[in-house]
Design a protein around this ligand. Structure first.
Ligand code: ZN
Length: 283
């Protein structure tokens, strides 16, 4: 299998936390890595008011993502040009430019074009709940799944290039056990974990038995760490992870988890990496 991966996310920084180590590891191994970001995170929180204002946040976060992509070894970064829709139930949801209000056809057509042009073997996006239910994460999940299947069908979007069917689709996911482990470790160190409440309330976390690949990204943790620090407006001094010893955080961030979505996984499937063999063990 030719090593080529396309990651599709919603906001600057989505790529760093969940899959930054994987992107960096694959890039270091010589794979072609491309990243699509649907918005510029225009309505994210601003960790330090000296860094940006709501008016400049789009430009600042674009620059932050360019910095992260460079550190991770991403070959091509593509912005779809939509606006951050904000958390569910906020006024930003109603903005006509908001990503959640974009017609599905329009988004899928752009993604089909990107898949056909770049011809990746592997596509990665969020799981159906987007990690913690952010409306843009859920939207990019649906559009990417549609585009993954449409790209290989020459009858669909014929104006967007020659059909290309990527071999595999993966969802990045936080296993429930990992989520609890993270919370326990933070609590043991006396860090306030109330931020986690809204994640848990939204049903965050993915069933452990549906994780097919856990990648150890220790060898690329420095690149992931550098990418995270590019996102200065998000990963500020108040971030709970900044209150932990650096080595502890790096250890937590050294595992990344994926569920195979296509081809449909056999029961008990386990894989060593995203491009490796699909093997089924006894379970
Ligand atoms: Zn996001």
């Amino acid at each position: 299998m030719e090593n080529s991966l396309l990651a599709v996310f919603a906001h600057p920084d989505d790529e760093a936390f969940g899959v930054g180590g994987t992107l960096a590891r694959l890039a270091a191994e010589g794979a072609r890595v491309a990243l699509v970001c649907a918005t510029k995170g225009e309505v994210g929180e601003i960790a330090d008011p000296d860094l940006a204002t709501p008016e400049t946040l789009d430009q600042v976060r674009e620059a932050e993502l360019r910095c992260a992509a460079e550190n991770l070894g991403v070959d091509e970064l593509i912005f779809l040009g939509y606006r951050d829709s904000g958390m569910a139930g906020t006024a930003e949801n109603d903005d006509p430019r908001a990503f959640i209000n974009a017609p599905a056809e329009e988004v899928v057509s752009q993604l089909v074009n990107t898949i056909r042009r770049l011809r990746p073997e592997v596509v990665v996006t969020f799981e159906p709940n987007g990690g913690y239910g952010h409306p843009d994460h859920i939207a990019i999940h649906h559009h990417t799944v549609s585009a993954f299947h449409a790209a290989g069908n020459p009858d669909l979007y014929p104006e967007q290039g020659t059909a290309w069917q990527p071999a595999r689709l993966f969802f990045t996911a936080i296993p429930r056990s990992f989520f609890h482990e993270m919370r326990d470790r933070l609590e043991a160190l006396g860090v306030d974990t109330s931020d986690f409440d809204r994640f848990e309330e939204s049903g965050a976390g993915w069933p452990d038995d549906k994780i097919h690949v856990t990648l150890d990204v220790t060898n690329s943790i420095e690149a992931k760490w550098a990418a995270l620090h590019c996102h200065r407006t998000q990963f500020g001094p108040d971030n709970p992870f900044r209150r932990l010893p650096e080595e502890e955080v790096k250890q937590l961030f050294s595992r990344e988890h994926f569920a195979l979505a296509w081809p449909e996984p056999e029961p008990c499937l386990e894989m060593d990496d995203l491009m490796g063999d699909l093997k089924t063990d006894d379970c």
